[in-house]
Design a protein around this ligand. Structure first.
Ligand code: MTE
Ligand code: MO
Length: 337
């Protein structure tokens, strides 16, 4: 198999995430095994396992199926061997493609089915473990959700090689690791996948036995303050601050603190569009010059709350300095002591 070289992208830091939709060239790229170059004339999507009828689809077949678009936050869960370390690798994009459910319903899933495995054709070694494909699995109930997509477009453009051309999985509300790129095989089965990316890697407690594995699936509630940015200097005057919040099933509320977590107030949170991140805004007036620690704490619809530390979705703290505002009309003079 041939591999392409690295492609330059400029992923945005938290405080640069200003636009609701992240432009593709500012979206992070993650690939554990390299970026395979796929020849469309050789490529087919195979669907088999616990279905009444197996199927092979060409790229053209897929393009002829009903097209859907969904706005979905896109988050890498971070280093799979360090599931408690926050990386805040987050963006928000529009995926376009076909509904997995529509295809599966035609093939008739057998009642014993419990999981679906998705195979990407990239192969190689990761963290000393070699794999001849990248296989992830999701529960059948999630796979039959109408919003799981087989995507061939990102922000309205056909997928590039590093994004998973020709086809990738999109599981709205799940961490990015499940969004299998270079998809070649969908396998309906009654068990979890034994591959390294579902056992050795991507469990909340690495090293646990198989019975206690908790897969990195649903995205836990999380939020970041975009404005003000880290170490910004603000004037002593009323402030409007804002950020993004997201979770698998959406955010119910966001609390914010401007005194390092001693007191909290409710931010205003926009309602969710599809599976997008949600903007929150809060007003505050610093009482005096000095240093301030701003924090946001998102709560999802199950009441789950962002922890203060020891988790990938731990609260993000922004430290700012507030100084006296210059006196209007005297901007070329410094304030008299
Ligand atoms: N086939 C395959 N799919 C993959 C991966 C991979 O290594 N191989 N990496 C996953 C991870 S960890 C993430 S976070 C997302 C990143 O998608 P992006 O590069 O388009 O941002 O792809 C996922 N899909
Ligand atoms: Mo990831």
């Amino acid at each position: 198999m041939s591999y392409l070289g690295m492609i330059a992208k400029f992923p945005l830091g938290v405080h640069d995430l200003k636009s609701f939709i992240t432009p593709e060239n500012h979206l992070f790229v993650l690939s554990h095994l390299g970026i395979p170059a796929i020849d469309l004339t050789q490529w087919k999507l195979k669907i088999s396992g616990l279905v009444e009828q197996s199927l092979e689809l060409s790229y053209e077949n897929l393009l002829n199926l009903e097209y859907r678009e969904l706005t979905v936050f896109h988050q890498c869960s971070g280093n799979p061997l360090e599931p408690k370390v926050p990386t805040r690798t987050i963006s928000n994009v529009i995926w376009g493609g076909v509904s997995l459910r529509a295809i599966l319903n035609q093939l008739q899933v057998k009642p014993e089915a419990r999981y679906i495995w998705f195979t990407g054709i990239d192969r190689g070694a990761y963290e000393g473990v070699s794999s001849d494909s990248y296989i992830k699995d999701i529960p059948i109930a999630k796979a039959l959700d109408n919003d799981v997509l087989l995507a061939y477009k990102l922000n309205g453009e056909f997928l590039s090689a590093e994004r998973g051309f020709p086809l990738r999985l999109v599981v709205p509300g799940y961490y990015g690791t499940n969004f299998v790129k270079w998809l070649s095989h969908i396998y309906v089965t009654d068990r979890r996948s034994p591959g390294p990316f579902t056992t050795t890697f991507y469990n909340e407690q690495p090293g646990g036995d198989n019975a206690t594995l908790k897969p990195v699936w649903e995205v836990a509630p999380e939020s970041v303050i975009v404005h003000p940015s880290q170490n910004e200097v603000l004037y002593l005057q009323p402030q409007t601050s804002w950020g993004w919040a997201w979770a698998s099933d959406g955010i119910q509320s966001v609390d914010v603190s401007t005194d390092g977590g001693i007191t909290w107030q409710a931010a205003e949170v926009e309602t969710r569009l599809e599976y997008a991140w949600q903007r929150f805004t809060f007003q505050w007036t610093p009482p005096r010059p000095g240093k301030y620690s701003l924090m946001s704490r998102a709560i999802d619809h199950d009441g789950e709350i962002q922890p203060i530390q020891q988790a990938r979705n731990a609260i993000y703290i922004v430290t700012v300095t507030v100084q006296e505002a210059p006196i209007k009309g005297f901007d070329s003079f410094s304030v008299a002591e």
